[in-house]
Design a protein around this ligand. Structure first.
Ligand SMILES: [Zn+2]
Length: 471
């Protein structure tokens, strides 16, 4: 809709309900949020609403803003123009934490006929589960059947009283375990505040998608609660979260009950654990689903063999081209690793290996390659490392750093062949496109006579190596 026209000009298409409404009533649609990659230009291309993030378009004064920012700006604009008021809605609900289960943290509450609900005295905490509770399978809390546990004296009046026999939901424990992990032997309190201050927050949290909703919500809730109690001085427990994808087989999640699990033992026997590890990491980014397909395993194995053979042919002096390649790879792999993009890091290491295979590498370059491979194929890397004569573990050697002076994109000189015979040379930018390169080659003064005014049958380009024109 457009402001002030008094009529519906077009329906925005960032909401599926609006989209369907427009479709139903044959109203024109308008793109208001455009994907950042520019993959969508107009609403006419849409088969359904684009509900992702992006840049505001057709949005008056809000054009060009990232939609998340625009949201706030639009709300402010509406408030300023008397069209509404910004309000935060909290959707807090009661959380019933009690369970009729043995396994759980006892709720430290005592019921006294005189005093009512009385908390267990601080000195008597924690309340521990009795070791002899009967498991009858009959329902009701097993703790209620243990007389010695249930019958207590009231902390207030010392008269006969009853202990609470429900236990807390397991979420109650799993929502702050990371704080306890900072001081697991501490007996004075749930956790040592100094240790928590030192270790927290968690830099990188990794878990399955089942962790991403309730566990995360409760963990954040507990963290904020502890902060309010001034037991910790931070507001969020985790800096970064990675939810790893499931492994599928024939389109379904692998599980024993489905009978579609694969046994890694035979793969490890044939190819080794490192080849399998490499293959899995190369198959997909960790956050996406992975369709299990063993065909890549052979390739991973061949790649490792290729790396292995380099050690027999090390050069005395570094090859300048390979040095540049190495530093580019160090930069890429370091950044990919920090973003958990293992598959693209591996792809870069494979490219570097191929380049070394053709041009050769000295010991320094090869060692850097092996160090970069070591988190992925630890045994393999350590073995090469020792064969190279290193006395300490590869895992104690520093991660290679790149030198920016090697990263400058430079020109490369390519031989131009006509029917396989060298006829000219051309200097072009290393990253030149194939089309541009073809254009330059065909316009080369030394080449033109060889073409005899005809269009070539084929132009073969070996990137950064040579061009061969077939006439
Ligand atoms: Zn009492």
């Amino acid at each position: 809709m457009e402001y002030g026209t008094g009529a519906i000009m077009a329906v925005p298409t960032h909401d599926q309900r609006d989209f369907l409404f427009a479709q139903e009533h044959q109203l024109p649609r308008r793109l208001v949020i455009m994907p950042k990659d520019g993959s969508l230009k107009s609403a006419e291309e849409l088969k359904e609403a684009y509900e992702g993030e992006g840049i505001q378009v057709n949005s008056g004064g809000f054009n060009g803003l990232v939609n998340i920012e625009a949201k706030t700006k639009i709300a402010e604009w509406m408030e300023k123009n008397g069209m509404g008021r910004i309000q935060t809605h909290w959707r807090l609900r009661d959380w019933l934490i009690s369970r009729q289960r043995y396994w759980g943290t006892p709720i430290p509450i005592i019921y006294c006929p005189k005093c009512g609900v009385v908390p267990v005295a601080y000195k008597d905490l924690p309340v521990e589960l009795p070791a002899d509770a009967p498991f009858t399978g009959e329902g009701g809390s097993p703790l209620a059947k243990v007389k010695e546990f249930v019958e207590v004296s009231c902390p207030k009046c010392a008269g006969p009283a009853r202990r609470e026999t429900d236990t807390m939901a397991t979420f109650f424990d799993s929502s702050w375990y990371f704080l306890r992990f900072c001081s697991p032997s501490f007996t004075e309190a749930p956790f040592d505040q100094q240790e928590a201050k030192y270790w927290m927050v968690v830099d990188q949290y990794i878990g399955g998608i089942e962790h991403a909703i309730l566990h995360l919500l409760y963990s954040r809730f507990f963290t904020k609660f502890f902060q309010d109690l001034k037991m910790i001085d931070f507001n969020e427990p985790f800096d970064k979260l990675l939810t790893q994808g499931m492994v599928l087989k024939d389109g379904e999640v692998m599980s024993k009950s489905r009978g579609n699990i694969v046994d890694p033992d035979s793969m490890i026997k044939d190819y080794g654990a490192d080849a399998l590890r490499l293959f899995i990491l190369f198959a997909a980014p960790p956050e996406t689903e992975l369709e299990w397909d063993e065909r890549g395993l052979e390739g991973a194995f061949r790649f490792l063999n290729r790396v292995w053979r380099i050690q027999d042919n090390l050069l005395e002096n570094p090859d300048q081209e390979i040095l540049k390649y190495l530093h580019k790879t160090i930069k890429k792999v370091s950044s990919d690793f920090s973003e958990f993009k293992f598959n693209t890091a591996i792809a870069s290491l494979m490219e570097l290996t191929n380049a070394i295979y053709h041009s050769g590498a000295d010991r320094q370059v090869f060692q850097s390659l092996v160090i970069m491979l070591s988190p992925i194929v630890p045994h393999f890397a350590e073995e090469i490392w020792q064969l190279l004569g290193n006395k300490t573990s590869i895992f104690k050697s520093p991660w290679p750093s790149y030198d920016a002076k090697f990263l400058v994109e430079e020109n490369v000189e390519l031989p131009i062949q006509v029917n396989g015979k060298l006829r000219s040379k051309i200097e072009v930018a290393r990253n030149i496109s194939e089309d541009k390169l073809k254009e330059l080659v065909l316009a080369d003064q030394k080449i033109i006579p060889w073409l005899e005014g005809k269009a070539p049958k084929k132009i073969v380009i070996v990137p950064q190596k040579l061009v061969n024109i077939v006439i």
